[in-house]
Design a protein around this ligand. Structure first.
Ligand code: CP3
Length: 358
């Protein structure tokens, strides 16, 4: 079908504010800002809303998804909302036996290590995630001009959880398959790419106005191997989303050596962690891309004036990019004071407005 399928319920035109314009490298009145993991354990109202509901159950309850997605917008002057879900939700939805263990992360009951197991990974259909469609539609109505960012897990990161069976430091079995069984690896990543495409399409067709592909753990892969073994699958994902015209953001941790390739995969915006200053990231990424990042989330645990000074440095370095979306270099740490994030969002707006149009 055409990319407009399913979007008939949406209001005719929403204004594109600073977030979407910065992603498109257009002029903005101030640098837009949002925070990875802006909804979550740093907020007392999140802990209250979650109560004892297990994470993956919470991700399937539309009212709860909407409430948790909206919570940070009531506290912070952020320019975008991020859909409350998890990268493993689509895997759960196709029947993979997995759980998110508090303090650990996703744990898979039967890790995927051979051709038979890869063969059992079926495609994701929109009917598998009706709660996502419902929640995104409600959010779009509630958010007004604030855009909703949809997201999916990148192929390496999802493969690592599936192959290792849980979080991993060295991704040993994952890399053993990548190096040793390249055909099986390619088949697995191709299936994961199709699942990510389907999950992202559900969100965009229901009203998400940008998407982010989180390949969080791909930073452990060398550039030549990334090009050979990961990039084709990420490229497939970004190409499949191209016709929708929504900005596509690509992020991973420790990806300093991969930034150029992650842009090449087809991202409009390359997410940068805190290890590479944005003016250096500009040199590593092809022209025609915006950048997102990259304040060290841990600096918010230091006194405010220290964090403020570092945020000003990020803004200054971001001015060398064709477009800059301010963010942290990774997700909000659970021990972060929400008051510091509120001040940070205001600082980004106030101090970048001085430079706008000059
Ligand atoms: O505000 C947002 O950014 C949106 C929500 C979001 C969650 N997970 C909610 C969540 C997003 C974008 C994700 C993506 C995600 N999940 C990634 C990629 C982003 C990244 O951080 O690099 C990854 C690697 C995962 C896998 C995952 N899920 C981990 C490592 C954890 C943490 C486990 C723990 O308890 O420390 C989760 C659970 C999770 N996902 C929580 C939240 C709010 C915590 C669940 C809880 O409240 O107990």
């Amino acid at each position: 079908g055409t990319p407009d399928n399913g979007r008939a319920h949406l209001p005719a035109a929403r204004r594109d504010g600073p977030f979407l314009n910065a992603c498109r490298r257009l002029p903005v009145p101030h640098t837009p800002v949002w925070f990875m993991r802006q909804a979550g354990r740093s907020l007392p109202e999140y802990r209250e809303a979650r109560g004892t509901v297990p994470m993956l159950e919470a991700c399937a309850i539309p009212d709860l998804i909407v409430e948790i997605t909206m919570q940070p917008l009531r506290r912070y002057a952020v320019d975008a909302a991020i859909f409350f879900s998890d990268i493993v939700v689509p895997l759960k939805a196709i029947g993979v036996d997995l759980d998110i263990k508090p303090g650990v992360g996703p744990v898979i009951a039967e890790p995927i290590r051979d051709a038979a197991a890869v063969g059992r990974l079926r495609p994701l259909w929109p009917d598998d995630v009706p709660y996502v469609t419902e929640a995104v539609r409600s959010l779009e109505a509630e958010l007004g001009d604030i855009p909703l960012i949809g997201f999916a897990g990148g192929p390496f990161t999802l493969a690592s959880y599936l192959i290792e069976g849980g979080p991993s430091k060295n991704h040993e079995r994952t890399k053993a398959m990548m190096y040793g069984e390249p055909e099986l690896w390619a088949r697995l990543l191709d299936r994961l790419a199709d699942i990510a495409i389907a999950y992202l399409k559900v969100q965009v067709e229901a009203g998400a106005r940008a998407i982010q592909l989180f390949d969080s753990w791909v930073g452990g892969v060398a550039p030549a191997d990334y090009r050979r073994s990961v990039l084709p699958h990420s490229t497939k994902i970004f190409s499949a989303l191209e016709a929708y015209g929504v900005p596509r953001i690509h992020f991973g941790v420790g990806t300093g050596e991969l930034l150029g390739l992650m842009g090449e995969a087809g991202a409009d915006v390359v997410g940068v962690d805190w290890r590479v200053p944005l003016d250096e990231a500009v040199r590593r990424v092809d022209a025609g891309k915006a950048l997102q990042g990259n304040l060290d989330p841990a600096v918010l645990l230091a006194p405010w004036e220290i964090a403020a000074e570092r945020a000003r440095e990020v803004l200054a370095q971001g001015r060398t990019a064709e477009g800059h979306v301010f963010n942290l270099g990774h997700g909000v740490l659970p021990s972060t004071d929400p008051g510091a994030l509120a001040r940070l969002a205001d600082l980004v707006h106030e101090e970048s407005a001085v430079h706008a149009g000059t």
